[in-house]
Design a protein around this ligand. Structure first.
Ligand code: SF4
Ligand code: SF4
Ligand code: FES
Length: 266
């Protein structure tokens, strides 16, 4: 929230704290402003927002192209990226208040007639530097749901076969790229990051529960009986589905696990 306008310096506050902002330039008709969260724990006492002027030719480019351009001008700017095709999941960040992938989000869709884009790191995760967050807890939860096939039956000579119909049941589950946009945007996870597994991990749990070749249902569901917080902290707020860049619906996947839990208890 903007709290005080003033001669080139603005004060902002949000979930990450309170910052001073130096406006490098208010932008011209041939440019727009990209405000970026900056924090280097070795030199900064607290986070701040830096305003960069971006040539208007980038308006129809992806946010990642702008970050690459700015990085060529200011090598201290730090962010993650790899594939630039929406596949690797490494450039999840908060774009104008909503989590998304920098490589698949067009600047013009964020500008919407305005002249400024604000980029912050994913919410709810500790910031390592600038737009890079510590995703350790996210991966811990991912690992905790055993995102692999559990099947002790003797290996068939060639492969574990699956009918096309059973394979189709995995659609909407297997496409997750672990970008963390959902988990980082989930209010229930902000409040319970140690115990609530979060939407991405739970989506992966469902992906294997649904797999006709998996034999681990009992073990997978026991995991939620051991600590119900892992599953039941979801409050159906659905932020996860709203922000997922792959159009997946983790909330639906969570409901599927709850149905299985109910079925086996009756
Ligand atoms: S539906 Fe559940 S998992 Fe998804 S954002 Fe809401 S509380 Fe989090
Ligand atoms: S479910 Fe969607 S938002 Fe969540 S980690 Fe997977 S791809 Fe990203
Ligand atoms: S850079 Fe790989 S998903 Fe964006």
């Amino acid at each position: 929230m903007l709290s005080r306008p003033g001669s080139g310096v603005l004060l902002f506050s949000n979930g990450h704290g309170r910052f001073s902002v130096t406006i490098a330039d208010s932008g011209t008709m041939s440019s727009f402003i990209c405000e970026i969260y900056r924090y280097n724990p070795e030199t900064d006492r607290k986070p701040w927002l830096k305003a960069y002027e971006v040539p208007d030719k980038y308006r129809y480019s992806m946010v990642l192209d702008v970050l690459e351009y700015l990085k060529s001008e200011d090598t201290s700017l730090t962010f993650r990226r790899s594939c630039r095709e929406g596949v690797c999941g490494s450039d999840g960040m908060n774009l104008n208040g909503r989590n998304g992938l920098a490589c698949t989000t067009r600047c013009n869709d964020l500008l919407r007639g305005k002249r400024k884009i604000t980029i912050r790191p994913l919410t709810g995760m500790p910031v390592i530097r600038d737009l890079v967050v510590d995703m350790s807890k996210f991966y811990e939860h991912y690992k905790s749901v055993k995102p692999w096939l559990i099947n002790d039956e003797p290996e068939p000579a060639i492969e574990r076969r699956q009918s096309p119909e059973d394979r189709e049941k995995l659609d909407g589950l297997y496409e997750c790229i672990l970008c963390a946009c959902c988990t980082s945007g989930c209010p229930s996870w902000w409040w319970n990051p140690d115990r609530f597994a979060g939407p991405a991990a739970l989506l992966w749990s469902t992906r294997f529960l649904e797999d006709s070749r998996d034999r681990g249902e009992r073990e997978r569901l026991d995991f939620y009986d051991e600590d119900p917080h892992r599953l039941y902290r979801c409050r159906d707020i659905q932020n996860c589905a709203v922000v997922c860049p792959k159009n997946l619906n983790p909330m639906e996947a969570i409901s599927d696990i709850r149905r299985r839990m109910l079925k086996r208890s009756t």
